[in-house]
Design a protein around this ligand. Structure first.
Ligand code: 8YV
Length: 325
């Protein structure tokens, strides 16, 4: 029997490839970099499915893939890299990887929050450099336990982050398009409007998808509403925060610090960001644990197998694509 052909756009764990290879012929981009549209156009030709890691799936790509390609299985919960409407128009399913990465993402959010508050990176540098000056007033940080955390976006990862905050006896407030009973039952959090959240929180943690409406959701005006001591955490998508405005606010003492896993023009950074000591920066690794990376790959594989069998992929984002085939 002829095997279905799958292209994987970034190097992934052997375990994931082995699963895919049980039923498919697999080719993977061996280089740790995002493929250009030109490269992608060449690589997707003749493929039945594409496992999309960070690549941009545009109208042009969908147009080229139509007819043969059944699914773009996105390796991530956020799918702003894919033009879902274009894929639907050309009868191609799009899937993502919700749930399996929620805990890892929330764990990392808390890692950033505590590292920034307690100046862990600065402390590490201090100890390694053999500096003198150890003492009770050295490296004073910000208290986490008992403080107020404001969660922007009460979805899966926002809720899981708030559950961790509960373990630190934090006062939890949150904002979203509308209140969520599920969020409140799980966390005891109180729904407030955006301005109240910004002005009352000691820690503001962002958990929004990147949409035209969430671009620069946090910019100069929002930063000015925050406490001078407040710490901003972003593990969602870079462009949700106006990074140039953030650098200014951090430099001018408008807010106290920031922990960032995502960046507006990643992997490029806003000028001045790396010169600041009150930031902790990680390279978009919130879901990077081997358990989670494999679980994400397994879910992509399930989606791909379903699509090539003519079934509905379990975490399909555009079931209506079926009618366009
Ligand atoms: C991944 C992510 O690191 O799930 C998401 O939306 O951003 C992360 O899990 C990413 O998709 C891989 O590039």
């Amino acid at each position: 029997m002829v095997k279905s052909k799958v292209y994987v756009t970034y190097p992934l764990a052997e375990e994931v490839l082995a699963l895919l290879k049980e039923r498919c012929e697999v080719e993977m981009n061996p280089e740790n970099r995002v493929l250009s549209t030109k490269e992608l156009l060449e690589k997707i030709e003749g493929r039945d499915a594409v496992l999309v890691v960070s690549a941009s799936i545009t109208e042009e790509i969908c147009q080229a893939a139509k007819g043969k390609c059944k699914i773009f299985a996105n390796y991530g919960v956020g799918y702003n890299n894919i033009d879902v409407d274009a894929a639907t128009k050309h009868g191609i399913f799009v899937s993502n990887t919700p749930d399996v990465l929620t805990d890892a993402a929330a764990d990392h959010t808390f890692a950033l929050l505590i590292s920034t508050a307690r100046r862990i990176v600065e402390c590490d540098k201090f100890v390694r450099s053999g500096q003198k000056g150890w003492g009770p007033m050295n490296m004073i940080g910000a208290q986490v336990s008992g403080k107020t955390i404001g969660i922007i976006g009460g979805g899966r990862i926002g809720k899981a982050t708030a559950q961790r905050a509960k373990g630190f006896n934090m006062n939890i407030i949150y904002t979203d398009i509308q209140a969520s009973r599920e969020f409140e039952i799980a966390t005891g959090g109180k729904f407030v409007d955006k301005d109240t959240l910004l002005s009352q929180s000691d820690f503001v943690s962002i958990h929004l998808p990147f949409l035209p409406s969430t671009k620069h959701f946090i910019s100069t005006d929002e930063l000015k509403l925050m406490k001078k001591t407040a710490i901003l955490i972003n593990g969602s998508r870079g462009p949700v925060v106006d990074e140039k405005a953030l650098v200014e606010a951090l430099r001018d003492g408008i807010i106290g610090g920031a922990g960032l896993d995502v960046f507006e023009w990643e992997p490029e950074l806003a000028p001045g960001l790396t010169e600041l000591s009150n930031v902790v920066l990680t390279p978009h690794v919130a879901t990077s644990t081997m358990d989670t990376r494999i679980a994400m790959g397994e879910l992509c594989t399930q989606n791909i197998f379903a699509a090539i069998d003519g079934k509905m992929p379990p975490t399909c984002l555009n079931p209506e694509a079926k009618d366009k085939r």
